[in-house]
Design a binder for this molecule. Structure first.
Ligand SMILES: Cc1ncc(COP(=O)(O)O)c(C=O)c1O
Length: 383
């Protein structure tokens, strides 16, 4: 059978070989980290070691990192903390976010709005980035949170977070960033970013699925999403997913060791793909400004071709890519992010996301280009 080519690393990444090698050992750690006996303490130590490994990846203190079962839950926790504070204090509250956030932020904001919280959804500019000036202008005396993602999952565009966080600090407003697509793909350092909260997720950097972390500058200010146990400094009740936690630690450390190489490798492959597309196809529109984007991501529209049809044809050839998340915010377009960037429907509906990873090879990129050269004329002749 032909080897499959996986170019969808922003959706999820394959487990790191070091994590797979350690699986048996991981599953032999059987204790409950809350138990005080030796077997429990082994699990606790493994969790703390992983916390150190993940904290190192973002240059944070392990004490400020909480294990949360998913990135979606971690993002919900941050948004809902504003909601609970609002319900408790009965004071007006306002959140500033952007219209290109992941649905777990957008839907949590929508839910919070149904309780009377006002939300400003800042637009992305034509280049896919949120303007710090827009953030500044949106601040009101009631603003209690600024939440802007670090890198967009569809376009790969890196947002000007340090500038946004500085504006937030100047106004004494907590600043959160959903860094789930950025951590493990670019160098992320908390002191440089200067945010109060940051979320990351293991399965985006070759760790296991179902384990994420929330960094909080001031943990004591947080209300848990789940009550009923002392775990995670009383901020997230429930017996910890120890295999997942050890796995995210292994993946974080492995990624930190190879980050510089992985960045340069994926960037070379992405640029080869981009140059090849520009050379071979006249009717394309690049939706990723590669100067300011994740090194692994290229979002490109094949004008006149439905993105879904092209993705299906590529899949039949064993090449996995993505279109935008279908109708994720109720728009009739295949990519809500590109729609929110103000791009015309013919660009939005013909966009594919290629997201590369360390295991990809230059041969796979050449094969993808060759396959596209065969498929695209056929699809054009049908349209
Ligand atoms: C930007 C962004 N935020 C949040 C999430 C959700 O993370 P998780 O899958 O860990 O819930 C994703 C996953 O695709 C994402 O890309």
């Amino acid at each position: 059978m032909k080897k499959k080519i996986y170019l969808d690393h922003n959706a999820t990444t394959p487990p790191h070989p070091k994590f797979l090698d350690a699986l048996q050992k991981i599953h032999s750690i059987s204790g409950n980290p809350s138990s005080h006996h030796q077997i429990g303490r082994i699990a606790k130590e493994a969790s703390e070691n992983a916390r150190y490994q993940v904290a190192s990846l973002i240059n944070a203190s392990p004490k400020q990192l909480l294990w949360i079962p998913s990135g979606s839950q971690a993002n919900n926790m941050i948004i809902k903390n504003v909601l609970w504070n609002h319900l408790k204090t009965k004071t007006p509250a306002h959140i500033i976010t952007s219209s290109i956030e992941h649905p777990c932020v957008l839907e949590a904001c929508k839910w919070a709005a149904s309780f009377g919280i006002s939300i400003t959804y800042l637009p992305a500019q034509k280049d896919g980035r949120v303007s710090p000036n827009d953030v500044k202008n949106a601040i009101t005396p009631n603003t209690q949170l600024i939440s802007i993602m670090l890198a967009n999952n569809e376009t790969g565009m890196i947002q000007p977070l340090s500038e946004i966080a500085k504006i937030a600090r100047d106004h004494q407003i907590p600043c959160h960033t959903d860094a789930i697509q950025a951590v493990g793909k670019i160098s992320v350092s908390l002191p440089d970013l200067g945010v109060d909260f940051l979320t990351l997720s293991g399965h985006k950097f070759n760790g296991p699925k179902g384990i994420a972390a929330l960094y909080a500058k001031n943990l004591s200010a947080l209300t848990p999403l789940v009550h009923g146990g002392p775990q995670e400094q009383q901020k997230n009740a429930g017996t910890e997913n120890i295999p997942g936690i050890i796995g995210i630690g292994i993946a974080a450390q492995a990624r930190q060791e190879t980050l510089a190489h992985d960045i340069s490798h994926t960037q070379t492959l992405r640029n080869t793909l981009k140059d090849g597309l520009i050379t071979h196809f006249a009717d394309i529109h690049l939706n990723t400004d590669t100067e300011h984007a994740l090194p692994n991501t290229l979002n490109v529209s094949f004008l006149g071709i439905k993105a879904e049809s092209l993705a299906i044809r590529l899949d039949l050839e064993g090449i996995a890519v993505s279109t935008g998340s279908a109708c994720s915010t109720g728009t009739p377009y295949s990519s809500s992010v590109l729609f929110q960037m103000g791009l015309p429907p013919e660009v939005v509906n013909s966009a594919l996301r290629f997201s590369l990873g360390a295991p990809n090879t230059i041969e796979e990129i050449h094969q993808t280009l060759t396959t596209l050269e065969t498929i695209i004329p056929k699809l054009r002749s049908l349209s």
